[in-house]
Design a protein around this ligand. Structure first.
Ligand SMILES: [Zn+2]
Length: 424
């Protein structure tokens, strides 16, 4: 592997930013300095006018393998991540069968190791994600699991305290999809959109109840990470929990700060996901929570589905949208260029904090000694979201939207895994 020198860029780290050259050798960052002369045989990338981040870490990706390979595979999810500037992804265990056995974890960990970006597997927190009995967390950790969650469904509240304590003892994060299904019922959209389009509503209490329950369980038992928060009330509860020192972290997703339920103009299931797009006031509150540190990380909840399934209409189509390839430009355009947050805060949300939550030593920083996972963003390049993606699926509500801040170069483990407009 040739050394790679990234020259003339603005190095944006969770701890600060400065004009710096960056030298990558042997899979590590070896030098970060105002001016570095290229060593012999070194490849040089000119990042003048660009922003150089520690590789983005996405805590929430559905790669659909095994069982849903028509929509995505680990290989296509990893390629989509590379194209999106994402160098590490955490896969969700709601595959078919669910990732709840050490044998499955071992098999797919081996497959993950062959992907061009860092692919980490989460395991189910309960057997079959059914919420009846805890999964064998210690054995799953030995088989390669990096986190536990029943994502797609909320962890059974009666098992949650014990699972929090077990995961904490193992040193791995426990993550919860906060949704009370008895409140969701047959709902498919937020009440405003549901009324307008004649659909069944998902009341906000479906998320609120589960968030409150999760926060209380964390206060009494140990760390818990809340997935895809979407409400002003969730952000408010989380802010208070953190002020009390409770061991909680949380993510939100680009669609919750970039869209609201008024953006659903017609029966288009590419706007259907869980939790649903919320009211404009929720979006505004989430933007504040992203800016003030209440929200720790932005994750995509990349959820590919076959086009034929999404064509079934809002009521019948499955929940979920893809997100890996639109993550960077949505964050750059709607957060940084819109002056909601600084570039340094973006480095915390996309790199530093998710790496810390997942316990990835060596990631989330540009400091020498860190892993050579790098995302170079071009803030000037204006481009509409294309209708075709590297992902095997194209269920995105953002197609056609003009955005700035597309990835120019993605480096994982010192290797170039994506280069805009060029071959790797
Ligand atoms: Zn979920």
């Amino acid at each position: 592997m040739r050394p790679l020198l990234i020259k003339n860029g603005l190095a944006v780290d969770p701890s600060g930013e400065a004009r710096r050259d960056l030298l990558l050798e042997g899979g590590k960052v070896t030098l970060l300095s105002p001016k570095i002369e290229p060593p012999p045989g070194c490849e040089v990338f000119d990042a003048a006018g660009m922003w150089v981040f520690p590789g983005f870490v996405d805590l929430h990706v559905h790669a659909r393998e095994p069982g849903g390979e028509a929509a995505e595979t680990m290989a296509t999810a990893a390629a989509s991540a590379a194209a999106g500037g994402v160098t590490s992804i955490l896969l969700m265990p709601n595959t078919s069968p669910a990732m709840d056995s050490p044998a499955l974890l071992k098999k797919y960990s081996a497959k993950a190791a062959r992907c061009p970006v860092n692919v980490y597997l989460s395991a189910a927190a309960t057997r079959g994600r059914a919420g009846r009995a805890p999964a064998p967390l210690a054995a799953l950790k030995r088989a390669g699991a990096r986190a536990f969650t029943d994502d797609g469904t909320s962890i059974n509240p009666s098992l949650l305290p014990g699972l929090i304590r077990t995961a904490a003892a193992l040193g791995l994060p426990l993550m919860d999809h906060p949704e009370d299904f008895s409140v969701t019922g047959p709902g498919v959209a937020a009440p405003g959109a549901a009324r307008r389009l004649g659909l069944a509503p998902i009341p906000p209490e479906a998320e609120e109840f589960a968030v409150l329950r999760g926060l209380l369980a964390a206060a009494a038992n140990g760390p818990l990470h809340l997935q895809h928060l979407s409400l002003a009330s969730s952000a408010g509860l989380l802010r208070r929990a953190k002020a009390l020192g409770w061991p909680v972290t949380a993510e939100t997703c680009p669609h919750y700060f970039a869209l609201c339920d008024r953006d659903i103009k017609r029966d288009d299931a590419n706007f259907k996901m869980k939790p649903p797009l919320r009211a404009a006031a929720d979006r505004a509150a989430l933007l504040r929570a992203i800016a003030d540190g209440t929200i720790d990380a932005i994750a995509t909840d990349h959820a590919p589905h076959e086009a034929r399934l999404k064509k079934a209409g809002f009521a019948a189509a499955p929940f979920g949208i893809i997100g890996l390839e639109t993550l960077a430009p949505l964050c750059v355009t709607r957060l940084v260029l819109a002056r909601r947050i600084s570039r340094v805060r973006l480095a915390q949300l996309l790199s530093g904090n998710p790496a810390r939550i997942l316990g990835l030593a060596g990631k989330g920083s540009l400091n020498p000694g860190s892993d050579a996972d790098i995302t170079v963003i071009d803030p000037r390049r204006l481009r509409r979201v294309p209708s075709g993606f590297v992902s095997k699926s194209a269920n995105s509500p953002f197609i056609g939207l003009p955005l700035r801040g597309w990835p120019a170069l993605t480096v994982a483990g010192g290797r170039i895994v994506f280069r805009a407009g060029g071959t790797v």
